[in-house]
Design a protein around this ligand. Structure first.
Ligand code: GDP
Length: 138
């Protein structure tokens, strides 16, 4: 079990002004920020990040969306971080997300779903390394 996970606040949420409220919910749930940046991905970078979904029918939409505006990328720390953060954000489709979860509170659709959360300890490390050098994490 790892104590770190990786998140992005996605372009739908940053453009609607939800960044502060989402960070507040994350911190109140007990996560500590270990690295953070406000950044806009190119289409190529968004495609590389979501490379595992390249064959999926929604890949083009996903890349267009994730490169459409700024995101907040962050490494978060908490005991049982990956699983607890997935619980905090809720189901991929906000229509199926539990009450009080970030996606229930802030997401509009299965594609534009406000936040990303790593799905395993291994991917949390890969995804954190995609965005942050050793100098940028504490
Ligand atoms: P997650 O781990 O809950 O983020 O979900 P997945 O790994 O299955 O999908 C990654 C991301 O692709 C999701 O968070 C959505 O932004 C997007 N996505 C998933 N399914 C769909 C879909 O059916 N349509 C569109 N447009 N985007 C999708």
């Amino acid at each position: 079990m790892s104590n770190r996970t990786f998140t992005m606040i996605k372009p739908d949420a940053t453009s609607k002004g939800y960044t502060g409220a989402i960070l507040d919910q994350i911190i109140k749930a007990g996560f500590t920020v270990k690295a953070m940046k406000w950044i806009k991905l190119s289409e190529e970078q968004a495609g590389l990040f979501y490379d595992i979904h390249r064959a999926r029918p929604f890949f083009g939409e996903l890349v267009d969306f994730m490169s459409s505006g700024p995101i907040v990328a962050a490494i978060l720390e908490k005991e049982n971080a990956v699983a607890d953060f997935r619980d905090l954000i809720g189901a991929t489709n906000p229509a199926n997300a539990a009450e009080g979860t970030i996606r229930k509170n802030f997401a509009a659709s299965i594609g534009e779903n406000a936040v990303h959360g790593s799905d395993s300890d291994e991917n949390a490390i890969i995804e954190g390394d995609f965005f942050f050098s050793k100098l940028e994490r504490f």
